[in-house]
Design a protein around this ligand. Structure first.
Ligand code: ATP
Ligand code: MG
Length: 610
């Protein structure tokens, strides 16, 4: 395009964008919705050392967003610079960029916001006689003057996107935008316990957290007492992990929000998500997103924060290291009652095991439940597990020192020799096996115990090839929903490893030619239907291991003895012997506990023998 300027035809087709337009373009990335404005303004206040931050919004932030802080404020000259593009106090050289210590660093937020709203900045530095007020509309400065003002900074953003109707149209209903804002303020409040936050939305107080002295205190302010979460603390290789994560309850870990802060910056990160998933997958396969609130600290030069337009992602220099430290931190916390560190290291180094589920770690060993009733408590206490958890938990309950042999990282063979066999006494309601050993009484859920045993065996078998299959005399034709049919078709090969021989029968039908030898024929159909559902429900990208793992668990579940199945004493004995040989046998593959124990100490105490 040729421009006509003062009678001269310019040949150049390129020209410099006016500042307001450049800022609007930048705003396209920085300011997506009211919540992004709130985020930028709160982060500025935090960077300015604020101890109190008050946020007020009207109409989901579309009409008004106001953020006031008691931070260091700006001088008149700084205030004028602050609203210009690429003006920042947080960065001077490219070396600084390699180790960012502040939340902001680009010098883009304020000019971007001011270019798409009616913007007012009022600020005063500590000890200054007066303050400065600047008004900007759609990027054009309307006024800048000296005013009286409290120390700190107030920024008001009115009529967001009023000059960009197309962007405004994309905003959601006020309630939805308000919800995003309160979620964001809560998240930042969690990340900055020392700062007091107040959010008022449409005249209602939505978040109010006075300054707290620790994460634990802030956590309590926000979430109350949460016995279903456990604390994570880990320090290794210059990386520190602290926070709270879902414990392994009877029904698996609780689902919930996943908050991850890296050097106090709230981020989303695939490596971190994967590490969390792996840590939990050792004990449970069902839960996709356990609640976590995690704080990861590492030297600022080991993480690049300048990789995402809204600074919501980071890049680690040593991705593998972060993954491993985090995974171990969570694994330690989940299994903390009975897993000596040595066992853990050996387990993690065992190279030949197929999936996380086969690592000889112990889980489901929960600390004592604060129920009043002693028997209730004893029953709810730890299950047996592999040797480490078993010895650790039971000897702790006996008030004895841990057997030193336990720390010697037993392999599977030694595990079996370390645990004395349990003697089955009988069944309770044809569902639970009652057994005794020197340490006390044990109540074993026969279905979940058998399920765990089979899961390990299946996993191991898959390592060396495929499961045995049995051909059907007459093939079965099964009908599926369209989605399930498509899913199954995509997994014929994988299912063949488990012993299923399947053919597409046209429409949404599948012909079953052979089934796994471990399954009864009538169970096979049910297992296949469940497999279709499970595989369809898998999040895309969760990978082949995850589907194998799910199928192994499913197969184990269908092949295992059921509740209400009467068992002979011999069968019970066999089951208990197998259980002794099974890694982390205290929880079933779905995360349910396998064994409840009533320890000798509890029994004696209840008979007043201590
Ligand atoms: N609440 C505040 N209190 C004191 N100074 C502030 C405040 N908000 C902004 N500033 C000053 O204005 C500058 C520009 O802010 P702006 O948010 O535009 O950029 P930034 O924070 O440096 O980087 P980023 O674009 O990554 O947020 C900041 O560097 C800071 O010096
Ligand atoms: Mg900023």
């Amino acid at each position: 395009m040729a421009l006509h300027v003062e009678g001269v035809d310019l040949v150049s087709k390129i020209y410099r964008l006016p500042a307001a337009l450049a800022n609007q373009i930048a705003a396209g990335e920085v300011v997506e919705r009211p919540a992004s404005v709130v985020k930028e303004l709160i982060e500025n206040a935090i960077d300015a050392g604020a101890k109190r931050i008050n946020v007020v919004t009207e109409f989901g932030g579309k009409k008004l967003i106001s953020v006031e802080d008691d931070g260091e404020g700006m001088t008149p000259d700084d205030a004028k610079l602050a609203v210009e593009r690429h003006a920042t106090s947080k960065l001077r050289t490219s070396d600084d960029l390699a180790a960012i210590l502040t939340l902001g660093f680009r010098g883009e937020a304020l000019p971007s916001i001011a270019s798409v709203s009616r913007f007012r900045l009022r600020t005063r530095t500590r000890g200054a006689m007066s303050g400065t007020e600047i008004r900007i509309e759609a990027g054009e400065t309307v006024s800048a003057k000296e005013v009286g003002a409290p120390e700190g900074t107030l920024i008001e953003v009115q009529d967001l996107f009023y000059n960009l109707p197309a962007r405004r149209k994309f905003l959601k209903a006020d309630t939805a935008e308000s919800a995003q804002i309160s979620k964001l303020v809560s998240q930042l409040a969690l990340g900055y316990p020392e700062v007091g936050f107040l959010l008022r939305s449409g005249g209602r107080t939505v978040v109010e957290t006075p300054p707290a002295s620790s994460l634990a205190e802030r956590f309590f302010q926000m979430y109350g007492d949460r016995p279903d979460l456990i604390e994570v603390r880990k320090q290794a290789a210059g990386i520190t992990i602290h926070g709270y994560v879902a414990a392994l309850g009877e029904a698996g870990p609780v689902r919930g929000p996943q908050h991850v802060f890296v050097n106090r910056r709230l981020v989303r990160d695939r490596t971190i998500n994967h590490a969390i998933q792996q840590a939990y997958s050792v004990a449970t396969i069902k839960e996709r997103s356990p609640e976590v609130h995690l704080f990861i600290e590492l030297p600022p030069d080991r993480v690049d924060v300048n990789v995402h337009p809204t600074k919501a992602e980071v890049r680690f220099l040593d991705t593998g290291l972060v993954h491993e430290v985090l995974r171990r931190g969570i694994v330690d916390a989940l299994g903390q009652t009975g897993v000596p560190e040595l066992v853990l290291s050996q387990a993690t180094l065992t190279p030949s095991l197929p999936m996380a589920g086969a690592l000889p770690l112990s889980f489901g060993v929960r600390s004592a439940d604060p129920l009043g009733d002693a028997i209730e408590r004893a029953i709810q206490m730890p299950g047996i597990a592999d040797a480490s958890a078993f010895m650790g938990a039971s000897s702790a309950a006996m008030g004895m020192n841990n057997d030193p042999r336990v720390g010697a990282a037993p392999g599977r063979e030694t595990i079996a020799t370390l645990i004395k066999p349990m003697t089955p006494l009988g069944q309770f309601r044809n569902t639970f096996i009652i057994a005794v050993d020197d340490e006390g009484l044990a109540i074993i859920d026969q279905h979940v115990a058998h399920e765990r045993i089979l899961f390990e065996q299946i996993s191991e078998r898959l390592l060396s090839g495929t499961l045995e299959s049995q051909r059907l005399l007459t093939p079965i034709i099964l009908d599926f929903g369209a989605g399930e049919h498509a899913t199954l078709k995509g997994h014929f090969e994988g299912l063949a490893k488990f012993g299923f021989e399947l053919e597409d029968f046209g429409g949404t039908s599948i012909r079953v030619v052979a089934v796994p030898a471990i399954l009864k024929i009538e169970e096979s159909a049910a297992a296949l239907r469940a497999a279709a559902g499970d595989l369809e429900g898998l999040t895309p990208g969760s990978g082949i291991n995850e589907s194998v793992r799910q199928l192994a668990a499913l197969m184990a579940c269908h092949a295992a003895v059921k509740a209400n199945d009467p068992l002979t004493i011999d069968k019970m004995k066999h089951l208990l012997d197998e259980l002794r040989r099974t890694a982390h046998s205290s929880v079933c593959p779905h995360g349910r506990p396998v064994v409840l124990r009533l320890t000798r100490r509890e029994i004696e105490r209840n008979f007043d023998r201590i």
